[in-house]
Design a protein around this ligand. Structure first.
Ligand SMILES: [Zn+2]
Length: 99
């Protein structure tokens, strides 16, 4: 389920986000490879869903992290970079092995 619009979607259509310890506290980070350990939240790769999740403070509750900082502009930029040639070679190899 997307934490932004709360719509159901297949995980292949969503991006995973995790909490990471930043310099000033926990921050939301996009897990492009979907392999980071720990609790993750799923989100449509769209600016609308990011801002909806930020408004509803959905990241903090989904990831069970207090005082989680979210940088919507940075997140959206990161989303866009992932869908635009940002795929890792591992991801491509995985796609090829899955019919
Ligand atoms: Zn959504």
């Amino acid at each position: 389920m997307c934490v932004g619009c709360r719509g159901r979607a297949d995980r292949t259509q969503l991006v995973r986000v995790t909490a990471r310890c930043g310099d000033t506290g926990p921050v939301v980070e996009i897990d492009h490879r979907k392999t980071q350990p720990g609790r993750g939240a799923w989100l449509h790769p769209s600016a609308d869903c990011v801002s909806a999740a930020v408004r509803r403070r959905a990241f903090g509750s989904a990831l069970r992290v207090d005082g989680l900082a979210v940088d919507p502009v940075g997140l959206i930029a990161s989303l866009n970079s992932a869908g635009d040639g940002g795929q890792s070679e591992e991801q491509v190899a995985q796609d090829m092995s899955t019919p």
